[in-house]
Design a protein around this ligand. Structure first.
Ligand code: URA
Length: 216
């Protein structure tokens, strides 16, 4: 399927209640050949009007963050976990994320990025449901042969200025990866295998301890 056909089909989506109040579907934006895909949460007011993800205040800050590491927006692809604005900018609900999964997964397949930047806990939960963002932000993980960088959502810095510095620092991990620094990447492929083996043998109480050891 071509990107254009996919995009046009997505624009017509009516799979969940979010479409009822949204002006339009916001599939995603950016370089279709990008090696890096950013995944956010949901369109806000500006995105709903313009049809482009991250074009409002959070998007401006994301642009700034990209500038600090010398990456242009035209070099990346950006999408969200849901593609219609939730009423009043509430959090997307589980069933809405599930309904939108066909588009999220479809985009991943078409763009086929090597590196994902997961912006906020909803994007993180798609790939790492047991992670806590307060523990893993600014870290990178290798899984399924891809690299996942976990960041707080840029909007948190708009509500709480003290997060600005954290986000700026966390973004440096992406720069290091692009510069070929493998040491910043936690290899979950290997650890994952080890853990599965251990979990088979251990009782429930001990499982917790294993999870803590790898910083979940
Ligand atoms: N926040 C998001 O998560 N996505 C957008 O597109 C805009 C703001």
């Amino acid at each position: 399927m071509t990107y254009k056909k996919f995009f046009d089909d997505c624009k017509k989506c009516n799979k969940c209640r979010l479409r009822e109040n949204a002006t339009q579907v916001v599939p995603g934006d950016g370089n279709v050949k990008a090696k890096i895909m950013f995944i956010g949460e949901a369109p806000g007011e500006n995105e709903d009007k313009e049809g482009v993800p991250f074009c409002g205040a959070a998007g401006k800050f994301l642009d700034e963050l990209l500038t600090t590491i010398g990456v242009k927006r035209s070099e990346v692809y950006i999408t969200n976990m849901v593609r219609c604005r939730p009423p009043g900018n509430r959090d997307p609900l589980d069933d809405e994320i599930q309904a939108c999964k066909v588009w999220t997964n479809g985009l991943i397949k078409i763009i086929n990025p090597k590196v994902f930047v997961l912006l906020g806990r909803f994007a993180m939960a798609k790939f790492f449901p047991n992670f806590k963002i307060s523990k893993v932000h600014g870290k990178a993980y290798k899984k399924w042969g891809r690299i996942f960088v976990i960041q707080y959502h840029p909007a948190v810095a708009l509500y709480n200025g003290s997060f600005r510095e954290t986000l700026v620092n966390d973004m440096k991990v992406l720069r290091s990866i692009l510069d070929g620094d493998k040491l910043v990447i936690n290899n979950l492929d290997e650890k994952g295998k080890e853990i599965v083996k251990l979990l088979r043998k251990k009782r429930k109480g001990e499982q917790k301890e294993i999870q803590l050891k790898i910083g979940l």
